[in-house]
Design a protein around this ligand. Sequence first.
Ligand code: MN
Length: 271
Amino acid sequence: MPVSSKPGLAVERVQTLNVLLSNDDGFFAPGLKALATTLEQFGEVMVAAPDRERSAVGHGITVHQPLRIQEKPLLPGMKRSFMTSGTPADCVKLAVQGLQWQPDVVVSGINRGANLGTDVLYSGTVSAALEGLLLGFPAIAVSLCGHDEDGYTMAAEVITRLLKNDVLPLKPGALYNINVPVTAAGDVPKYRFTRQGTRIYDNIFERRQDPRGVPYFWLGGKPLPTEEDPEVDLTAIADGCVSITPLQPDLTNYGLLRALRAGGNHSDKED
Ligand code: MN
């Protein structure tokens, strides 16, 4: 297997990279299979994926019901592969803390559709990777910005190249949110390092009536035109580039924290 000639930890690890793979589109989604197929060249691929569509469940976990698992090889010959009744975060937690699997990296995807800007906060795909990070593993979330079936093979190829070329240092605390644009057949797009942008939607709820005349709502909406900051993930995709955003679980607003402290609002200060 050819690897990058660049020196570094990632190249050494790429040759035996054991992967825990999950997703939020479910065990039977084409993106999961495409990624498993290409990642097998690096080492063992272990699969823990939801038994149904779990998109947009965020980082939810199951605490009031049992978690059922069904062992099933996603690809022929896989020894560690199951689907569960739980969420994407459940899948990763269960594999690591329930079954004691110890991967080198947790990978989630390939998601059907983008996970850009503030949408990452709703994303089951990103949450599976984030759970991996919280458990101490480097993690990668992969999303295809479209619904083109052929795009999964290209997106899987993009991830393979990034790993082989040492673009993604796989160290503890590293979480990469990678979005891949749909390109013309055969084209492998360039990549750009980005920060998380802001995604805003229009026409959020559609009001409808059920057959008994009772109103209900359906959440939909289209994203509004994106910000034009070349630094953000949304712009990279609009420009036809792969977007790589390093994320972190710390949601602290440091600017506000500094302002609070500067204003004397210390909790340990006398009133
Ligand atoms: Mn999804």
